[in-house]
Design a protein around this ligand. Sequence first.
Ligand SMILES: O=C(O)[C@H](O)COP(=O)(O)O
Ligand SMILES: [Mg+2]
Length: 425
Amino acid sequence: MDYVDLNYTPSENDLLSCIRVKAKNLMKVANEIAAESSIGTWTKVQTMKSDVYEKLRPKVYEIEEIGEEGESKVGIIKIAYPLDAFEIENMPGTLAGIAGNIFGMKIVDGLRILDYRFPEKFVKAYRGPRYGIDGIRKLLKVEERPLLGTIVKPKVGLKTDEFAEVAYNAWIGGCDIVKDDENLVSQSFNKFEDRIFKVLELRDKAEEETGEKKIYMPNITAPYREMIKRAELAEDAGSEYVMLDVVVLGFSAVQQFREEDFKFVIHAHRAMHAAITRSKDWGITMLTLAKIYRLLGVDQLHIGTVVGKMEGERAEVCAIRDEIVLDKVEKDDKNKFFDQDWFGMNNVFPVASGGVYPKLVPEIIEILGKDVIIQAGGGIHGHPEGTVKGAIAMRAAIDAVMEGKSLEEKAEEVKELKVALEHWK
Ligand SMILES: O=C(O)[C@H](O)COP(=O)(O)O
Ligand SMILES: [Mg+2]
């Protein structure tokens, strides 16, 4: 077993990978995963030099059998990769190794990357978020309470003027943020170049009327060059934010976008992540993706709601929250398999979105804390009395928690909340 060394103690400088694997023989599969994800292949090659092997070979330093399924064993394996094996500032290139061919190997009956530990040199090769939670709170002038956002609904279909009016209504009702949905781009009835100017015009009006800072997050997801054109339009129109669908755009586009000269706060929507993260047998955990997106430099990331419409259990969602918010993260061996030091890198504002409505607000804040952006689409525009009142109700639900009141108490003061609580029981 050329790549298994159970006596090896990982160094501070190694990149560590923790993988749940299913296979007939755990030792053999661990060896092959380590080889295929780095310098090896299915057979010994004459072209391998001993110094290359010594310098660049990863070491499987832990193999723990945790169960059996049919004829397969299930295990957790840990691999330490020397950094010299990578071009560390190249995220797609790095992932092509450590999360590449290994998923397709016939020998594996299941393979799920649970976590990576990125060493200091690797972390410092990335920009990380430009603003982080503090920067965003400063921009919005909201010190303590959770931020409130909405997604204009229907997801796609409103004409530009109708869309802008819904955005305006949400702002004057009390939303801090209005965003495009993940699949709204530049459809014929709502072209990006029209929408960005119209919506920001109404944002200014809403700011004047409410005296609050208001944010629009335009979705610029598109093939890269087109995306840059849309970012330039957003800049010209006076937007502080853009939204990227980070999974479908790919790691290269996200990394490159952060390295452009723009000063945007980057909101990351994770549409399609579940194709990678949801199976317990295959793929890459959301925790691992979230760490990668922190390195790549998004400022806000959807992490789940626990209580809303998207899957994601409490412990897992809280682990993701810790990983993107804290500077020093401790492992728990259930969701976070490694300690992670972020070496002062800015943090990411967690976003709870998907199936949220006023009644769920206290629970979301209890689970995730106050540093959270709570977004509701249906839970605002589905209010029986419309968007303005839907936004008033959601904002009142947040205020209730901040004032230490129950929703029912608050509903006696804010009738829009009462209507919402009766509508969504
Ligand atoms: O992009 C999102 O997060 C969703 O559009 C949320 O919409 P919902 O609040 O209606 O579920
Ligand atoms: Mg959506």
